[in-house]
Design a protein around this ligand. Structure first.
Ligand SMILES: Cc1cc2nc3c(=O)[nH]c(=O)nc-3n(C[C@H](O)[C@H](O)[C@H](O)COP(=O)(O)OP(=O)(O)OC[C@H]3O[C@@H](n4cnc5c(N)ncnc54)[C@H](O)[C@@H]3O)c2cc1C
Length: 505
């Protein structure tokens, strides 16, 4: 291996592989002559083919990579995602929102003690729920790409997005692309990866590099298989292990386009419903301990309102968990190869962004500092897996649904200690910004507030009454929210109309 990292080999051409390639290459575009990035992917091993919900972080990421936002919408049939609507998670007849825009006054005052009804916190403290319910775009016609008064992410076709990233990586960012199936890995004496052997013969029969990025999906070809890094199961806390995914056409091309992911609680899992401009991506996540595949299909049929015949149902089995170390020696796993907890809250692509940025920012490096980089990255990833687990578990553990699946989620033994600690504190004051200011933090306090309160959890604010003497300020903010809500409802264009108009202009 050379002194400094001058070559990176990425294995896998799914969303994780191409997004990582793009982030690293874009970060180093001014020294492209000193850093060779190659991506190898098998032609006959399909990508997982799902992953259509994203986080607002992607907005900055695609901008940094150099993608044109309008082109993303055109190429990936994208829609805006302004948050999640959680239907029937508490009982069989309820909903709450986790919008992406933070509550008014966020960071200055906590609105929670002053709302009339804790379940409607999102609505009383912020305008975005009303915007979503009305099916409106997050920005005005006069605003440009990447702008918008409402914070947003994207819903996009996963295959088209990977393809778009691939073209951009090859055409604009100088990433080399090799088609080939990795069949063997040669390790050096010290356990570093020396080279990969491809099944196909030819000049690229062997591929060597200084740093290897494992984006091979659930196989975890390099980190798991070649380097033997153990898989840590997360099933004790989050026990969904199966999914069905279908693509459902709209009744007509002008059908309303939801601008939020709709996650609906089912008897032993939940369904996702993601609106792209050309179709809906709908899926059912469930636990095989509580539901058979046939029963899940029936749930899905009921949700969609039509038989699944002709819909090409994709069945996916997964194990909730992650690798003990995401980085070992000169190999870092990004994407499903490093771990996957479950699809709720669409955390996986966001984690790819975070991990790839870390790699990009920590180059150039040489073998002497790899161990430090490895240690720090692994510490951050450990913390992130824990935080993701806690945040997702919060969605389930406060349910009042009687079915065995939901009751199992309320079992004390299945609640992580770290989440129990948070809840012990939030019993009196609810989540606040300073609870979440660490370098490896993923979700802001606002996200925890929306979910916690949406699930009907009310801290005992009154027991700490002396802390909550800002009624006038809270009333002013609530009044401001009402005014802003009305203004936005009157001025924002409909989601579908906005996209049609924008793409035609
Ligand atoms: C049901 C479900 C729903 C999801 N929903 C979301 C969501 O809404 N939002 C979100 O952020 N995430 C979601 N995810 C996760 C998301 O799909 C993945 O994080 C994302 O697609 C990245 O996958 P990947 O690139 O790591 O793996 P894959 O897509 O599996 O790609 C693996 C790549 O490795 C290649 N490969 C494998 N073996 C070899 C070999 N031997 N040689 C060469 N190449 C090889 C394959 O050809 C392929 O190109 C979901 C996941 C599941 C299971």
């Amino acid at each position: 291996m050379s002194e400094q990292v001058s070559s990176i080999l990425i294995v896998g051409g799914g969303t994780a592989g191409w997004l990582s390639a793009a982030i690293i290459a874009a970060h180093h575009r001014d020294r492209a002559d000193k850093l060779k990035i190659t991506l190898v992917e098998a032609s006959d091993i399909p990508t997982v083919g799902v992953g259509e919900g994203t986080w607002p972080t992607l907005r900055n990421t695609v901008r940094m990579i150099g993608l044109d936002e309008k082109e993303i919408f055109q190429t990936c049939f994208a829609g805006f995602k302004q948050g999640g609507k959680f239907v029937n998670w508490v009982t069989h007849d309820d909903f709450y929102y986790h919008p992406f825009t933070v509550p008014l006054g966020y960071g200055q005052m906590d609105m929670a003690p002053y709302v009339n009804d804790i379940e409607t916190f999102a609505r009383e403290a912020n305008f975005q729920e009303a915007v979503c319910e009305a099916g409106l775009a997050p920005r005005q016609v006069s605003e440009g790409a990447y702008q918008g008064i409402c914070n947003y992410a994207y819903h996009l076709d996963a295959g088209a997005f990977a393809e778009m990233l691939k073209n951009h990586c090859r055409d604009e960012l100088g990433v080399s692309h090799v088609i080939g199936t990795v069949k063997d890995v040669t390790l050096c004496d010290d356990g570093f990866i020396e080279k990969l052997h491809l099944e196909e013969s030819g000049e690229n029969f062997e591929l060597a590099a200084d740093l290897f990025v494992d984006c091979s999906g659930f196989r975890s070809l390099l980190l798991g298989q070649a380097l033997g890094v153990e898989f840590v199961s997360n099933e004790k806390y989050l026990f969904n292990d199966s999914a069905l995914a279908v693509r459902v056409p709209y009744e007509d091309e002008d059908a309303p386009l939801a601008c939020h992911t709709i996650a609906t609680g089912q008897n032993a899992g939940w369904t996702w419903d993601i609106g792209l401009t050309n179709r809906r991506g709908i899926g059912h996540v469930y636990s095989s301990d509580f539901l058979s595949d046939e029963e899940a299909e029936q749930n899905l049929e009921k949700y969609i309102g039509r038989p699944l015949t002709n819909l090409n149902v994709k069945k996916i089995k997964f194990k909730s968990g992650f690798r003990r170390k995401a980085w070992k020696n000169n190999c870092v796993a990004i994407g499903l190869s490093g771990g996957f907890v479950e699809p709720l809250e669409a955390t996986a692509i966001m984690l790819v962004e975070v991990a790839a940025r870390y790699v990009a920012e920590n180059l150039p490096a040489d073998r002497t500092i790899f161990s430090i980089t490895e240690k720090r990255f692994n510490q951050q990833m450990d913390y992130r897996w824990q935080r993701i687990t806690d945040f997702l578990k919060l969605h389930y553990m406060l349910t009042k649904r009687p079915e065995a699946y939901w009751q199992a989620h309320t079992d004390e033994n299945g609640i992580p200690d770290s989440l129990k600690e948070d809840l012990a504190i939030w019993k009196y004051r609810g989540p606040i910004k300073s609870d979440f200011e660490g370098v490896a933090e993923l979700f802001p306090a606002a996200s925890y507030q929306y979910v916690l309160y949406g699930m009907g959890y009310k801290p005992e604010f009154s027991s700490q009454g002396y802390l909550y003497n800002a009624q006038d300020q809270a009333d002013r903010l609530k009044q401001k929210n009402q005014v802003m809500t009305q203004q936005l409802l009157q001025s924002l264009p409909s989601h579908r109309q906005y996209i049609n108009h924008w793409l035609a202009s």
